[in-house]
Write a protein that binds this ligand. Structure first.
Ligand code: FUM
Length: 472
C-alpha cells in the first residue's frame, strides 16, 4: 500500500513538474526583433559569438524593406573601390553623410558607420554576396555605393545570402511571430525578454540576456508619418507593408528617448501608379530629369529633400526621368521596370516626348544642352557634380515620377554600443536597437545607400555588445 502511495506521489510530482515546465518561459541568450538586414546581421553575428538566438519576424517572409533595396550599400576605402581605381576617404564619406543630414546627425554614430563600412562590405562578401559594381548615388562626392555586378538590385541578392547564413548556423527563426511587448523591471530600466504573439493569436514569453530591436520604421503607416510631417498627406510609399513602427508599442512602459521623428525622407523618383521606386542609380549612371514642358530644372544628384521639393514645384508636381540604352545596359536593376511595362521607349527623343506628352522640341534641346555640358565637363546650368555620359544611344526611355515616402530617419536614440537610451539619459539595460528603428545617424536626410550600411554595421555592433552581456 505504501509502495502504491509512493508511486502515485511520484507520478503526481512528475506531472506537476511537466505542467510547471509548460508554463515556464523559454530562454535564449539573445532575442532579435525583426528580420530585415539589421536583424539578420545581428542574429548571424551573435551566433558567431557563441550565443543562442531567436529571431522573431511578424511577416511571413524575411527581408523587410531591405528586400526592396535597389541602389546599393555605401562604404569608403573598400577593396572594390581600389579595384575600380576609385580613391575615397573616410573623411569624404563622413562629410557627405553629415551634409545630407544638415549637420544635425549624431557625429559619433556617423564616425562609427563610416569607420566600419568597408568591414561591413567585406563581411557580406565573405558570406558570398557580390558587391563588385561600385556606383554613385545622389549627394556623394565619389562612387562608393556597392551593388552586384551589372548594376543588379542589391536586396534580392543580399536577403537570400543572409537567409542562407541563418540556415547554415541553425538559427531559430520564427516568422509570423509578432513581438508585442518587452519583459522588464517595474522601473523600466532593464529588459529581460519579450512577449510574442503568433499568427494564431497564442501569446508566449521568451526570456533573454539581451533584446535587439530591429523592427524597421513606419513608412507604411500613413497615420504616423502624416502626424510627424503633415506635408506627407496623400503621398505614396515605397515601403513594405510591415513597416508600421512596431518598436513604438514594443517599448511602451520603458520611456526611451526618440530622436528626429519628424524627419521622414521622400524618394524623388517613384512611379506614381504602382509606387515602384526607380532607383537613384539611374540618375547616378547618367539620366536627367525634365518637367512636362521638356525643361531640365535641377541638379539630378541633389540631396533627396532638395530634389523632392524641386519636383513638387513643377507642373503636375511631377517630372520625367529620361535615359538612353547605354544607361539601361549599365543597370540590370532597370529590367524590372521594363518587365512591369513602366517605361516608355522610342527611337528618337522627339518621338519619346510625343509619347510622354512632353514638348518634343524643348525635350530634344534640353538633352542636347545637357550633352554639351557633359562634353565640357561642367554643369553650368544646375551644378550637377557628376556627368557620366551623353544621352545619345538610342533607344531612349522615359517615365513620369513623383516623390514618395521612403525612409524614417528618426527612431530610438542609441549610443555607440547600440544601447537604447532612456528619456532620462541612461542606457536601458540589456536593450539594443539597430537599423531604421533607430534615429540619429541620418538626421534631416539620408544618403542613398546608407540604410544598408547602417543596418549591417549597427546590427553587428548591437550583437557584439549583446553577446558580451550574455557571457557574463
Ligand atoms: O534609389 C535607390 O536605389 C534607393 C537607395 C536607398 O534609399 O538607399
Amino acid at each position: 500500500m505504501k509502495k502504491v502511495l509512493l508511486a502515485f506521489l511520484g507520478v503526481a510530482a512528475m506531472g506537476a513538474l511537466c505542467l510547471f515546465c509548460l508554463f515556464l518561459p523559454e530562454r535564449t541568450d539573445i532575442v532579435v526583433v525583426g528580420g530585415g538586414a539589421a536583424g539578420m546581421s545581428a542574429a548571424i553575428e551573435a551566433t558567431e559569438r557563441g550565443c543562442s538566438v531567436v529571431l522573431l519576424e511578424k511577416m511571413s517572409y524575411l527581408g523587410g524593406n531591405s528586400l526592396r533595396a535597389t541602389g546599393g550599400m555605401n562604404a569608403a576605402c573598400t577593396e572594390e573601390q581600389k579595384k575600380n581605381g576609385i580613391v575615397d576617404s573616410l573623411d569624404s564619406y563622413y562629410q557627405d553623410t553629415m551634409k545630407a543630414g544638415h549637420w544635425l546627425n549624431n557625429k559619433k554614430l556617423v564616425r562609427l558607420l563610416v569607420r566600419n563600412s568597408a568591414e561591413s562590405v567585406s563581411w557580406l562578401e565573405h558570406m558570398g554576396l557580390d558587391l563588385s559594381d561600385v556606383g554613385r548615388l545622389a549627394g556623394h562626392s565619389i562612387s562608393r555605393t556597392h551593388r552586384p555586378a551589372g548594376g543588379a538590385p542589391i536586396g534580392t541578392s543580399l536577403i537570400p545570402v543572409l537567409t542562407g547564413q541563418l540556415n547554415k548556423r541553425g538559427i531559430d527563426v520564427r516568422t509570423e511571430n509578432r513581438v508585442i511587448g518587452l519583459l522588464h523591471n517595474q522601473k523600466g530600466t532593464e529588459v529581460f525578454g519579450v512577449l510574442t504573439e503568433t499568427r494564431e493569436g497564442r501569446q508566449y514569453k521568451i526570456k533573454a540576456s539581451a533584446v535587439i530591436i530591429a523592427s524597421g520604421g513606419f513608412g507604411s503607416e500613413p497615420a504616423l508619418y502624416v502626424k510627424m510631417d503633415p506635408d506627407l498627406k496623400g503621398f505614396k510609399t515605397t515601403n513594405q507593408p510591415g513597416a508600421t513602427g512596431d518598436y513604438l508599442s514594443i517599448v511602451e512602459g520603458l520611456h526611451p528617448a526618440l530622436v528626429d521623428m519628424s524627419y521622414i525622407q521622400t524618394h524623388p523618383t517613384v512611379e506614381p501608379n504602382n509606387g515602384v521606386l526607380i532607383t537613384e542609380a539611374v540618375r547616378g549612371n547618367g539620366a536627367v530629369l525634365v518637367n512636362r514642358n521638356g525643361y531640365r530644372f535641377t541638379d539630378e544628384l541633389a540631396f533627396r529633400d532638395v530634389l523632392s521639393r524641386e519636383i513638387l514645384k513643377q507642373p503636375e508636381k511631377s517630372a520625367y526621368l529620361i535615359f538612353d540604352d547605354q544607361i539601361r545596359k549599365s543597370l540590370s536593376a532597370t529590367d524590372t521596370y521594363f518587365a512591369m511595362n513602366l517605361i516608355t521607349k522610342a527611337d528618337t527623343l522627339s518621338e519619346l516626348a510625343e509619347m510622354l506628352g512632353i514638348h518634343p522640341v524643348v525635350l530634344s534641346q534640353s538633352v542636347q544642352r545637357y550633352n554639351q555640358l557633359v562634353m565640357i565637363g561642367e554643369d553650368r546650368d544646375f551644378g550637377r557634380n557628376d556627368l557620366p555620359s551623353e544621352i545619345i544611344h538610342a533607344p531612349f526611355y522615359g517615365i513620369r515620377i513623383v516623390p514618395a515616402v521612403h525612409y524614417c530617419m528618426g527612431g530610438l536614440k542609441i549610443n555607440e554600443k547600440a544601447e537604447v537610451i532612456s528619456e532620462s539619459g541612461g542606457a536601458i539595460k540589456r536593450l539594443f536597437a539597430a537599423g531604421e528603428a533607430t534615429g540619429g545617424i541620418h538626421a534631416a536626410t539620408r544618403l542613398g545607400g546608407n540604410s544598408l550600411a547602417d543596418a549591417v554595421t549597427f546590427g553587428r555592433i548591437a550583437a557584439r555588445e549583446a553577446a558580451s552581456l550574455s557571457r557574463r
